[in-house]
Design a protein around this ligand. Structure first.
Ligand SMILES: Nc1ncnc2c1ncn2[C@@H]1O[C@H](COP(=O)(O)OP(=O)(O)OP(=O)(O)O)[C@@H](O)[C@H]1O
Ligand SMILES: [Mg+2]
Length: 288
């Protein structure tokens, strides 16, 4: 059984997608794990980071994205094909093997409205939040980890992600506005867990875009560490760095060192990945 982890925050731009992509690459490239990436955001950022714009356009044109899955659920059609939609061995890093991807689509924008409306109206609204989990069930055992990148809201796509997830992580920039969102996410996930009758485990907060020289960032990290409502702040942080921002561009790299550089950012990503694996093993394995 894989461990499925959702990356979620109500705040945009805190590094959810960058974290998800990097952790997948390090899980596979450094720790030999098999990873399924699930992109649930209409912005398709994770998808284009992993397969590039051209290949995504091909997928989208052929209906080989998760949009087809959700359209099927709404229209009662059967067009989604898991085998052709699954993009195998993605990531522009040559040495990374074993990361597969279920791509997102811009069509999610329209689908989100329809799913939300139907969820309010329909008696079987539980079925509409379980679409992804039921679809992925057939291949889940091929993986050690499923990483789910959610949009910056708790709409129907994120709920589908949470319905598949055993656990979640909350990335945050250690500043005032970003950290406000943490409590909201925790409450929304806990409420949803009650709705579906099982707990979705909080693995912790991941500090992103950390600026070591900024007093605000130092103070905020200390405040988060002392906050009793936060289960855990992961010991490794992702610093703000050009090389991490540049990872969003799809271009070939020989290995992870070439992608994440020689100034400590490789080690930061490796450290965050390892910390997540340790947390997941400690908190989630008993339910697997
Ligand atoms: N550690 C970092 N250092 C520098 N730039 C970063 C870092 N992490 C992310 N970025 C950049 O910040 C922007 C936002 O990051 P990202 O897209 O990962 O955030 P997000 O939370 O997924 O956003 P959204 O809410 O829109 O989905 C991107 O341009 C990304 O390349
Ligand atoms: Mg994102």
């Amino acid at each position: 059984m894989p461990t499925a982890i959702a990356t979620i925050s109500l705040k945009g731009g805190v590094g959810k997608t960058t974290l998800t992509a990097g952790v997948a690459e390090f899980l596979a490239g450094e720790f030999g794990q098999r990873v399924l990436l699930v992109d649930l955001d209409a912005q398709t950022n994770l998808t284009t980071m992993m397969i590039g714009q051209d290949r995504w356009l091909q997928c989208n044109k052929r209906g080989h994205t998760l949009a087809t899955l959700f359209a099927d659920a709404l229209d009662d059609t059967r067009r989604f094909d898991l085998d052709t939609t699954l993009q195998r061995d993605v990531s522009p890093v040559e040495s990374v093997r074993g990361v597969d991807l279920l791509p997102a689509s811009l069509d999610f924008i329209e689908l989100q409205e329809e799913l939300s409306a139907r969820r309010v109206a329909a008696d079987d609204h539980a079925a509409l939040i379980d679409v992804l989990r039921r679809a992925v069930a057939a291949i889940a055992d091929n993986y050690d980890f499923i990483l789910i990148d959610c949009p910056p809201n708790v709409g129907p796509f994120s709920l589908n992600g949470l319905s598949l997830a055993d656990a979640y992580v909350i990335p945050t920039i250690p500043d005032v506005l970003s950290t406000y969102a943490i409590g909201h996410v925790q409450r929304q996930v806990a409420d949803f867990g009650r709705e579906i009758g099982r707990e979705i485990t909080e693995l912790g907060v991941v500090v992103t875009k950390f600026r070591a020289a900024a007093t605000l960032h130092q103070d905020t990290v200390l405040r988060l560490r002392r906050d009793p409502s936060i289960q855990n702040v992961l010991p490794a942080y992702l610093h703000e760095a050009n090389v991490i921002g540049a990872a969003a561009e799809y271009r070939p790299y020989v290995n992870l060192r070439a992608k994440y550089g020689h100034h400590g950012h490789f080690e930061q990503f490796r450290g965050v990945t390892q910390a997540l694996m340790i947390e997941a093993a400690a908190k989630v394995s008993s339910t697997a």
